[in-house]
Design a protein around this ligand. Sequence first.
Ligand code: WTA
Length: 635
Amino acid sequence: MSNYSIKNLEEYFNVYRESIEKPEVFWGKIAEEHFTWRKRWNSVLSGDFESANVKWFDGAKLNITENCIDRHLADRGNKTAILFEPNDPNEKTQYITYTNLSKRVNKFANVLKAQGIKKGDRICIYLPMIPELAISVLACARIGAIHSVVFAGFSSTALSTRINDSNCKLVITSDGSYRGEKTIDLKVIVDEALNNCSCTTSVLVAKRINADIKMKAGRDHWLQPLLDEASDICEPEIMDAEDPLFILYTSGSTGMPKGMVHTTAGYMVYTAYTFKNIFQYREDDIYWCTADIGWITGHSYIVYGPLANGATTVMFEGIPSHPDHGRFWDIIEKNKVTQFYTAPTAIRALAKESLSFVQNRDLSSLKVLGSVGEPINEEAWNWYNNNVGNKKSPIVDTWWQTETGGIMISPIPYVTPTIPTFATLPLPGIQPALMDTNQTELIENQVEGALCIKQPWPSIARTIWGNHKRYKKTYFSAFKNMYFTGDGARRDAVGYYRLTGRVDDVIIVSGHNLGTAPIEDAINEHPAVAESAIVGFPNEIKGNALYGYITLKDKGERRYQEKLRKEINQIITENIGPMAKLAKIQFTNGLPKTRSGKIMRRILRKIASNETSNLGDITTLLNPEIVAEIIQSRL
Ligand code: WTA
């Protein structure tokens, strides 16, 4: 038998050792004992980082929805698979059982087929956190269509870029969404996006807010009548282990987002195994991850990981501040949530509110608390531990990425002793390395360096859609035969890892990864702008906020600076989304540059963070005089 569920520290070390020494034996056993296959694999692992051609369970055949749904029907048919909490607390909670989920996924899959969708076709999903979102994801997987979920906070321009990049034939959306007191007209955004997408021939529209929307004849269809007509039986498409399951876009350090491609078998095995261990999931638990399915956390730990384990997974449509700042705690109390997984930015925002919101609720059902998306600061960790977990529930600070598919470094609750702000130890199968700038691995403890991973794991993204060259260059060229994460980390005296933040041009704002390049590209579209540079600076709630240095073509235009600031943020909202708006905009006479013309962001970062006492050597700059000038007019 494999060690599917780790129970103590000694066992962890044994399992870890085996997983590193004999990865194929380790993952082969887990795959064999805990999943349903239509055909066994020829090899557990093949390929390597050097050639960027890693494959897991090659030759095997399966369908992930058989593993997430069908195989639970006999024993767990009446168990709740998805527990849906609407935005409005007065609207009824929905309990979607495994049997019901099976029928709804099959119906949806048949609707997709009737629209001419076939295995390998790409489908864009632009939906709020309503059951149709999880169901449409699973329906795509049922018929082998590749889903590309785009977070419904992205603008129409960002949406059309993503639809075009992977040539999506069909878009699934809704008439709108609820967000606290507000509604958002999603269909209008889709219509705008599709003006620029010739690849999309049909749009399925779920009804949510009863908005009066335009339907384009021949292209747009209301979803419900089609579902009503469809059969609730749909045989799963039998997929190869390495067939793409989905594309999910993430920001990079150049303008185009990267469409990370995840494949079927390795992703399934790894997300299911990590879900089980990191949340110590037991049969009657009620698990809640507050992420949006538009991000990787939602894919892996709301949909696939939990459902592969036959779990009950909560989906929440709303926001933590509506109708008041006790909403999260209400949902936990009402549903007796046992595992709660959220982001540091949400914890920091709620920690600022009156303690009575959390103290007035019975949170005694909680057993495990999770954190994801950015480093969690000590204050937020302590607040979470003291007030939400009542010092009884271990906090799992889970480090991972869209590219890694699943959690990589994290405590296992009740197994790994936790320390605030430390993601602690690598999970089985994960071999981290810290590298210095000379490409040398730092093998001792108490060191800090660039975080790499030495050995392939099952859920690593296999490519960037349509651009394997960029995939190779981004992840496998910085360090020989290693996957480079883009993060920095420190290893302490006992071997625990603490993440220190991005070492590239990606800035994490409220848990959203934002590349500086696409924001700068957007700003530079403004006719008055000559040049711009974006950096992050610390923000109490968001982790980081964005600071923009902007040089105008005509200095005289600065007399309109308030108007310009508004226009620039408007362009950013239109091109990317409101989460990328700049908190501060400083107009400059120039930007500090190296002699080869590269903007010295390191200096700009320090100025924005008001750390100007130690700027390092600036004499080698092309224009050192500009630095004092920028410091002087810092905002
Ligand atoms: C950051 C989210 C510190 C990190 C799952 C990573 C973290 C990026 C943590 C990926 C954590 C995520 N501690 N930093 N526990 N979790 N990050 O692709 O910089 O949205 O590279 O995936 O978030 O963000 P992504």
